[in-house]
Write a protein that binds this ligand. Structure first.
Ligand SMILES: [Zn+2]
Ligand SMILES: [Zn+2]
Length: 648
C-alpha cells in the first residue's frame, strides 16, 4: 500500500518531520501550490493502482461510495480519461449491469414500501456509475474508447431492451444510457452499426421509439429523439424509416410547444430525418396530421422572425416647394405729396422726416453711408431752391437723432466699410394679383394696387366714368346685372379682396409641391403642370433584422421538401393511352400495383397542394433576410396562388 500512503499527503509530512524515514536522496513529493480541487495528481493518475479504482473494486460500501462520488465530480473534467485507468470502465459498468439484470426487478418489488438500505445504496451506485460513464462519454477520447468497449455496448443494448421508463429512477437511468448511446454511435462508422458490426443500431430503434411513445419525461424525449435521428440518418437504416413510426408521430405531436426550443429543435430534426428520404415524402403527405404540421411550421417561422421598420426615400432629394401665396416686398417710397411736404420743411427737420419715412430701426442690419447719403442727395438736390442740402457728415450724424440705437461706424477689413448700423430700408408687401383691377373684362391697364383701399378708389373711378345707365358689372367674367347704379356699386365691393390674405384651411399645406420636371412657377396655367411627387415621398415597411435561428432554417427546409413533392411536375415517361403513343422503348406493364402507385402519387400531391393553399395567407407574412431563402417563400406563394385560382 505504498501508493495509498503517497496518495494522502499527511503521512508523508509527518515522516518528513521525524527526519528518519526517508534517505536524503529520496525525491520529495511536489509541494501543493494552490492546485484547484479535482486536478490533484492521485485522482487522474494513469495506473492500475489508481486510488479511485482500488476503492471501487474493494467492495467496501464506504470506499465504493467515496470513489463514485469523487468520480461524479471528476467525470466532468477533461483530465478524466477512462482509457488511461485500466480496468476502471469494467469496474464502472458492473453497477449498471447489476441494475439491468437484477436491480430493476428488486426495486420494482420494493416500490410499494421503503427500500432496504443496502438495495437503496446499490441503486444509487448504479445510477452514479451510469452517470459517470455518460459524463465521460461527452469528451471525444472517452466516447471513442467506449465505442470499442464491448461490455459497455452490451450493457447499453440490454438496458434499452429491458428497462421501461415507468419510474423516476428508470427514467433517469435510461436518460444516461441514451446519452451514452448517442455519444457512442457518433463515433461508430456506418458499417460498424450494421447487424454484423460491433453495435447494431437498427435493433435499438424499436425500444427507443417505445420510450418516446410512453415517457412523459421531457429530457428523456429530447435525448431519445436526438439519438433516433442519428440512427435513421444512417443510410443503411433507411428501411426502418416509416410513417407509422411512433417517434415521428410524437415529434409532430410535441412540435406545437414552440416556446420549448430544445424540444422543438429535436422534433424538427427528427421529422427532417424522415422526409429527407425521398420515398417517404409521398406517404408523409398522406398523413392526416400533415396539414396541421405545415401550419405549425409556418407559425414557427413567423414566431422566430425579427423585424424592424425600414424607411426608403422614393426621391433622391426632398421635393421642391414654393409658398402657396406669392408675396412681393418692395422698398417703401414716399408718395409725391408726402415728398413735397418733407421737402418744404427746414433742415434738420427735413432730414429727420425723410429718414422716418424711408427707414426703420433694426439692430442686426446696416446701410452703407454712401448709399444713405446718395439717397438723400438724389431726393433733394433738384429742390435746393427750397432748402439747401446738408453736408454728408451732418446727414449721417442726424441718424442718431431719429434712431437712437443706430450708429455710424467703420468696419475693419480690406477694404474698410463705412456703414450705419441699426437701420434698414422700410419694406412694403406688394402682393401681385390680389389688388389688381379686373374692370372692362380684365382689360384695365392700370398698375397693380398695394391695398384694397386704393383699388376701391380706382374702381369707383371706373363706375363714375361709365355711363350711368350701364348696370352690368364689368369685373372679369362677372355676369351680374344690377337694377341701379347704386346697387352695382354695392355689388362691386364683393370684388375687392380683403386687406389680409385669406386664412389657410388646416388641411391645406403651407407650401406648394412643385413637379420634378422643370416647369415655371408661378405660371399662368398651374392646372396644366405635371403631377408633383407625393409630399412625403417615404416608404416604410418591415424588414427582417436578423438571420433566422437554426430551428427556423430546419422548419423552412421541411416546408421546402414538402412543397417540392406537392408541386413537382410528373417527370414520368408519357404513357400510351387513347390520345398518346407512349414513350418509345419503354415497355409498359400495366400491372395493378403500378396503377395503384400512380394513383397514390396523384393523391399525395393533391393533398400537399391543398395544404399549401391553406397556409398561403400565413406564408405571405414570412420574411427571411437571405435572398435565396426568401426566393423559396416567394415561389411557394406564387405557385399556391395559381393553385387557388385553378381550384376556384
Ligand atoms: Zn381699372
Ligand atoms: Zn361683378
Amino acid at each position: 500500500m505504498a501508493y495509498a500512503a503517497a496518495a494522502t499527503p499527511r503521512p508523508i509530512l509527518s515522516l518528513q518531520k521525524s527526519g528518519a524515514a526517508y534517505p536524503t536522496a529520496y525525491p520529495l513529493p511536489p509541494v501543493r501550490q494552490n492546485l484547484p480541487d479535482d486536478y490533484e495528481r492521485w485522482y487522474t493518475e494513469a495506473s492500475a493502482t489508481n486510488r479511485m479504482l482500488l476503492s471501487l473494486r474493494s467492495g467496501i460500501p464506504k470506499e465504493v461510495n467515496w470513489a463514485l462520488e469523487r468520480m461524479c465530480r471528476l467525470s466532468n473534467n477533461d483530465q478524466f480519461v477512462l482509457k488511461n485507468i485500466i480496468g476502471l470502465t469494467d469496474a464502472l459498468v458492473e453497477w449498471p449491469e447489476w441494475y439491468i439484470a437484477r436491480g430493476v426487478d428488486l426495486c420494482h418489488l420494493d416500490s410499494m414500501f421503503s427500500m432496504p438500505s443496502s438495495l437503496s445504496r446499490q441503486k444509487r451506485h448504479a445510477l452514479e456509475a451510469i452517470f459517470i460513464l455518460r459524463n465521460a462519454s461527452l469528451t471525444e477520447p472517452n466516447a471513442q474508447f467506449l465505442a470499442t468497449h464491448t461490455r459497455t455496448l452490451h450493457m447499453i443494448r440490454k438496458a434499452l431492451h429491458r428497462i421501461k421508463a415507468d419510474s423516476d429512477t428508470n427514467s433517469e437511468f435510461l436518460l444516461h444510457v441514451v446519452d451514452l448511446a448517442y455519444s457512442v454511435i457518433s463515433c461508430l462508422s456506418i458499417d460498424q452499426q450494421q447487424p454484423g458490426g460491433i453495435f447494431s443500431t437498427a435493433s435499438l430503434i424499436e425500444p427507443l421509439e417505445r420510450i418516446v411513445e410512453t415517457s412523459n419525461d421531457r429530457a428523456l424525449i429530447i435525448t431519445v429523439l436526438r439519438t433516433l435521428t442519428l440512427i435513421i440518418s444512417n443510410p443503411k437504416n433507411v428501411s426502418y424509416n416509416t410513417t407509422t413510426s411512433p417517434a415521428l408521430h410524437a415529434s409532430i405531436r410535441y412540435l406545437p410547444l414552440l416556446s420549448d426550443t430544445p424540444l422543438v429543435s429535436s422534433c424538427l430534426d427528427h421529422i427532417y430525418a424522415h422526409i429527407s428520404h425521398a420515398p417517404m415524402v409521398k406517404s408523409f403527405l398522406l398523413l392526416p396530421s400533415m396539414p396541421g404540421l405545415l401550419k405549425v411550421l409556418v407559425t414557427l417561422l413567423l414566431r422566430e422572425q425579427q423585424e424592424e421598420l425600414e424607411t426608403v426615400d422614393l426621391l433622391p432629394e426632398p421635393p421642391k416647394t414654393a409658398p402657396a401665396i406669392v408675396t412681393v416686398r418692395q422698398q417703401c417710397e414716399p408718395t409725391p405729396e408726402e415728398l413735397d411736404r418733407i421737402a418744404n420743411l427746414a433742415e434738420p427737420e427735413r432730414s429727420y422726416e425723410w429718414m422716418r419715412s424711408l427707414f426703420m430701426s433694426s439692430d442686426a442690419e446696416e446701410v452703407t453711408q454712401v448709399e444713405f447719403w446718395s439717397l438723400y442727395r438724389d431726393t433733394f438736390s433738384p429742390r435746393t431752391d427750397v432748402q439747401p442740402l446738408l453736408s454728408a457728415a451732418d446727414v449721417i450724424k442726424n441718424v442718431t437723432q431719429v434712431f437712437p440705437t443706430a450708429q455710424a461706424m467703420v468696419l475693419p477689413g480690406q477694404p474698410q466699410r463705412f456703414v450705419i448700423r441699426g437701420i434698414v430700408r422700410k419694406m412694403v408687401d406688394v402682393t401681385k394679383e390680389r389688388f389688381k383691377c379686373h374692370w372692362n373684362r380684365s382689360t384695365c391697364t392700370s398698375v397693380t394696387f398695394t391695398s384694397s383701399g386704393t383699388l376701391w378708389t380706382h374702381v369707383l373711378e371706373h363706375l363714375s366714368a361709365d355711363d350711368a345707365t350701364t348696370t352690368a358689372c364689368q369685373w372679369g367674367s362677372c355676369p351680374y346685372t344690377a337694377l341701379s347704379s347704386s346697387a352695382l356699386k354695392f355689388h362691386c365691393t364683393t370684388h375687392i379682396p380683403s386687406p389680409e390674405p385669406p386664412k389657410r384651411h388646416p388641411s391645406q399645406m403651407e407650401n406648394i409641391t412643385l413637379p420634378l420636371t422643370p416647369y415655371p412657377h408661378p405660371s399662368a396655367t398651374p392646372t396644366k403642370r405635371p403631377i408633383p411627387p407625393p409630399p412625403d415621398p417615404q416608404l416604410v415597411f418591415p424588414q427582417p433584422s436578423a438571420d433566422p435561428p437554426s430551428t427556423s432554417l430546419t422548419a423552412l427546409l421541411i416546408i421546402r421538401v414538402l412543397f417540392r413533392a406537392s408541386f413537382a411536375s410528373t417527370d414520368a415517361a408519357p404513357r400510351a393511352d387513347e390520345e398518346h403513343f407512349g414513350f418509345p422503348g419503354v415497355v409498359e406493364e400495366d400491372t395493378e400495383e403500378e396503377m395503384r402507385d400512380v394513383m397514390e402519387d396523384e393523391m399525395s400531391r393533391e393533398k400537399g397542394r391543398k395544404a399549401f393553399t391553406g397556409v398561403r395567407n400565413l406564408i405571405q407574412e414570412v420574411r427571411v433576410r437571405d435572398p435565396a431563402l426568401m426566393a423559396w417563400i416567394g415561389e411557394i406563394i406564387d405557385v399556391s396562388l395559381d393553385e387557388k385560382a385553378t381550384n376556384v
